[in-house]
Design a protein around this ligand. Structure first.
Ligand code: CMC
Length: 392
């Protein structure tokens, strides 16, 4: 005892055991509960993947329908919760709006405070999955000064979200199956990624036995940062910057290689993947399809493709094993769908939600669970005596 290991950023330290997600970063493998991400992306849907992550097995038809129905029944927000959106500046970033509204769920559902009450944990799980899309859509509506739409529970989760975001009360909303399927697929690809920064945050907050809403709200705030979920917005800003500069990919790559302060190739690199991120490979194909179908001939896609080609052939990136990650192409798809840049990270949060919930539940059910409390290596002053202020 008394001996601690210093590991900034937890590069080599496992904080828990987990049965949820397997990553082999060298081989570029990602599996949820044993199922390869490629297979889930091709054959499953987001509700089913959420069930799989949270309960450990793919649902039977009956289990699937019950789960989807329970979620459908909780999509409404408490009328008083809608007041919250008026309290924020209209141009507020939607991520803190999202985390604040999720934090506020603890005040509306006060029975949720005991994390060991299994019925309440079930209810909080379903409430979060159902209400986060509504909260996200209202954050958007508020930002553009349009009226909120009540959920239409004849629609599926993703369609409902798209309608509440882009629809108008007086007009029927035409569901675009390409858009719905693409967004559902992106949610699947984001649904879990083991002990990333936000998931570790959810676990850490939950380890103090804080309830699910408080823990997820903390996770949303961790996701906000540009090195994590904020990267999808940052990629688009980077591509726009290059475009304004006449599409000069070479000079941008040189600035990255010269390590100009604040200049990184956003959407590249990963703590665990030292190979092509398997999610990025699927997304790249989707970007082509969606942009083609939405006939969005975006010059930024060409810049992204050129950037990737250039980086993958450059020693700087090769030596450091830097490959495109999940965030490299998503922004282009979200943009083509009509989402504003600062909303992209909200979409990441909607996708990551079932993963966060699954980890919080796994952690609380773990008999080896302990409150998260890292140690430190103290590097400050040795003991010294207090000097009165007049003598300093
Ligand atoms: N552009 C240029 N250089 C990079 C990049 C990049 N995107 N990523 C890493 N490097 C360099 C880094 O400067 C370092 O070089 P050196 O050895 O000369 O000092 C080397 O590669 C190792 O990088 P690191 O920062 O020690 O790696 P890390 O595991 O601590 O960081 C990361 C991982 C994802 C934070 C980092 O790669 C990064 O900042 N990428 C850009 C932001 C991004 O795309 N984030 C999304 C991550 S995936 C999904 C998610 O979590 O949201």
């Amino acid at each position: 005892t008394g001996l601690v290991t210093l590991d900034p950023g937890f590069v080599n330290t496992a904080a828990c055991t987990s049965d949820i997600t397997y990553i082999d970063g060298d081989a570029g493998i990602l599996r949820y509960r044993g199922y390869p991400i490629e297979e889930l992306a091709a054959k499953s849907n987001f509700i089913e993947v959420s069930y799989l992550l949270i309960y450990g097995e793919l649902p039977t038809q009956q289990q699937y329908e019950d789960f989807a129905e329970r979620i459908r029944r909780h999509t409404l927000l408490h009328e008083d919760l809608k007041q919250f959106f008026d309290g924020f500046p209209r141009d507020a970033h939607p991520m803190p709006v999202l985390s604040s509204a999720v934090s506020a769920l603890s005040t509306f559902y006060q029975d949720s405070l005991n994390p060991f009450d299994a019925n309440q944990v079930e209810l909080s799980t379903v409430r979060l999955l159902a209400k986060l899309p509504t909260i996200a859509a209202y954050a958007y509506k508020k930002s553009v000064g349009q009226p909120f739409l009540y959920p239409d529970n004849s629609l599926g989760l993703v369609e409902n979200f798209l309608r509440m975001t882009f629809g108008f009360p007086a007009e029927p909303y035409e569901v675009d199956p390409t858009l719905t399927r693409a967004l559902d697929l992106l949610f699947i690809l984001h649904a879990d990624h083991e002990q990333n920064c936000s998931t570790s945050t959810v676990r850490m907050v939950g380890s103090s036995e804080a309830n699910l809403f408080a823990s997820i709200s903390a996770g949303i705030n961790a996701l906000f940062g540009p090195l994590h979920g904020g990267a999808n917005s940052a990629v688009l800003e980077m591509l726009e910057g290059i475009n304004r500069n006449g599409g000069d990919v070479d000079s941008f790559v040189n600035r990255v290689k010269n390590k100009e302060p604040g200049v990184k190739l956003m959407g590249f690199g990963h703590r665990v993947y030292k190979n092509y991120d398997p999610r990025a490979a699927i997304i790249k194909k989707t970007a082509d399809e969606v942009l083609g179908k939405l006939s969005a001939n975006d010059p930024l896609l060409d810049i992204a493709l050129k950037l990737e080609e250039k980086a993958l052939a450059d020693d700087y990136f090769v030596e450091r094993k830097l490959y495109p990650n999940v965030d490299f192409y998503t922004g282009l798809i979200y943009k083509a769908m009509g989402f504003p840049t600062k909303f992209f990270t909200v979409l990441f949060a909607l996708g990551r939600l079932p993963g966060w919930i699954a980890h919080w539940r796994e952690m609380l059910e773990d008999p080896a669970r302990k409150i998260s409390r890292p140690r430190q290596v103290y590097t400050g002053q040795a003991e010294r005596s207090y000097t009165p202020i007049a003598q300093r």
